[in-house]
Design a protein around this ligand. Sequence first.
Ligand code: IPD
Ligand code: CA
Ligand code: CA
Length: 270
Amino acid sequence: MWAIAREAGALLMHHFHHRLKIEYKGEADLVTAADRASEKLIRERIRENWPEHDVLGEEQGLSDRGSEYRWYVDPLDGTTNFAHGFPVFCVSMAVERRVPAPAQRIAGVVYDPTRDELFSAELGKGAHLNGEKIHVSKTETLKESLLGTGFPSHKRHKNPNIYFYYQLTLHSHGVRRAGSAALDLCSVAGGRFDGFWEFNLNPWDTAAGALIVEEAGGKVTRFDGSPFELNSKETLASNGLIHAELVREFADIFAGRGLEELPDPSQYER
Ligand code: IPD
Ligand code: CA
Ligand code: CA
């Protein structure tokens, strides 16, 4: 699995250093030749090694052979960054065992080819960065935390995240928005971020990263603290220590309690 992620990452870097052909998927989603080539390569390697396994990939959808194992593949997470030459993107893959129910993700890998960083986890065996064990941060309060979030490309998934961004920026050391959800989750796992949230992520964005956070000793839930599932559409990850505080913040913001007023730009001008 690690070898496949590294091979796909090398392919992405090759495309990154050459001219890119940008296409559009739907009205606003960028997709590059690299997304397609990376998924094709990953599917070929999975088929060679585990011919009976099912694969759900962002670009080609689900190939369902009725297997008890399913792979979740994001062949390029951070496509907008990639297409603009901003070097924050990765390959993300996870394997889930679906029988016996409930389904459980048993392994995940996120490879950042720009830094040669490979984050990995196996269920019950901890999380690693390039083979070294990693652990979430020890930050105990939100006000001392560095957080991450993401916004989808325009037109897709409209959501109220700008309000959450504003409130949490005021209540923490800051909120970063780097453009790759899988890497954001790995930043929580490795203690670079203390927390991360995003609306409307897809299973291929979170399958590996959420397992890596949990195996690094962190916590992943929905915004109200209830159990996270791959199709939850709400992802709240943290080091565990600030989780209750984050859940309270979310409840307050959803209820409109204690909201700091966004300054009116026209007032600011005057
Ligand atoms: C996107 C990235 C981004 C997140 C978007 C995702 P893609 O994935 O993870 O950080 O904000 O919601 O769709 O399209 O680059 O694979
Ligand atoms: Ca993605
Ligand atoms: Ca993608």
